[in-house]
Design a protein. Structure first.
Ligand SMILES: [Zn+2]
Length: 57
């Protein structure tokens, strides 16, 4: 099982065993959306790009 630190609030985040680079996860503590940048040798998380929830007009 992999764990990482939230870059926003420093909380420990547990990643799923089948987690992949590019996956977007959210922090339980601060609800930040985080993108998995790297898994080995250590997990690196970064702010996920803002998703425009614009479904058109
Ligand atoms: Zn957080």
């Amino acid at each position: 099982m992999k764990t990482a630190k939230c870059p926003k609030c420093d909380a420990d985040i547990t990643l799923a065993d089948d987690c992949e680079v590019g996956e977007i996860i959210s922090c339980d503590e601060c609800s930040a959306e985080l993108e998995v940048k790297q898994l080995e040798p250590e997990v690196i998380l970064d702010d996920a790009p803002e998703v425009q929830e614009d479904w058109g007009e």
